[in-house]
Design a protein around this ligand. Sequence first.
Ligand code: UFG
Length: 343
Amino acid sequence: MSMNKHILVTGGAGYIGSHTIVQLVEYGYIPIIADDFRNSNKIVLSGLDDIIGHQIVTHEVDICDYSQLKPLFEKYHFDGIIHFAADKAVGESVNNPLKYYKNNIGGLVNVLELSVEFNVPNFVFSSSCTVYGEPIDIKEVDELTKLSKANSPYGNTKLIGEQILQDLHTSGSDIKIISLRYFNPIGAHPSGLIGEFPVGKPNNLLPFVTQTAIGKQKELTVFGNDYPTTDGTCVRDYIHVCDLADAHVKALDLLQKKERNFIDQVNIGTGKGTSVLEIITAFKKLTGEKLNWKFGPRRNGDVVEIYANVAKSESLLNWKCKYNYQDAILHAWQWEKHLAQHV
Ligand code: UFG
């Protein structure tokens, strides 16, 4: 059912976007990338060429600019949109909230306006487990868990984004919508040809680990060792980016089976919690590399422990993880070594 269907992928040159492109092509879709490369790198496009064997049509446009985006809708007949394009650094969003509201909210509204205008039937939204905030009592959250007030402007853009989609649905719009609530994506394509390309100092754990091991960063700081967890460090649900990419294609498949005016939200995680120290220990063991790290104070706004209940994703999307965090660590390390040779 995917034959010759054109899918607009905003932020398609980014970390999760690029891995999703590979998966879309594998399932017979024709992805069209819209990306302005503000937080991505063209090396990822050549990696995509090498994996796929041909070039993916890419338009260098800013999705916040309606007049740049509209011509794409005039040129192609899109069957669906996967909307990744957004900023995602929690700390930066606290210092520069307007950047986040402009890009994450303004961009979303532009893309939706055009989806309505051109009758694009299917819409997949990048949401985040950040919408649950700090879960009370239970650490395993399902989709019925109460959403919490966001603790950063970034988190707020994901909450508001979901609310905008809900309001559009309530208005009676034809569009079929699914929000995927990502837990912590890590890893890279097993080929080592595409992966995460953090601009500046990484905020996230695994890129910081691999950059420290390869010598781009001096030392990794583990933020806090006195949390009420098994080893005192925070626990997250780390999901391989290729599994996450696959969930997007499964979500598109589901939407196409639905009638008009559909909306739902699904967690995308592994269902297992892993601590920061477990990641570090696994990295050293699996790669045999040394890692310079120390404990430091807690980071502001960090949730203690959260992982996904995956029952809904497995039944609704007919999707399951293929990889574990050990695979993801090895793949991220291959990508870091690839970058060291090619950039
Ligand atoms: N951590 C360290 N040292 C570091 C970086 C991270 O100890 O240098 C720890 C953090 O304290 C946390 C864990 O590693 O316990 C994971 O941190 P990340 O920054 O990788 O990811 P978060 O769980 O903080 O996720 C947040 C938001 C997500 C958002 C994501 C994207 O909750 O919604 O950042 O940046 F998508």
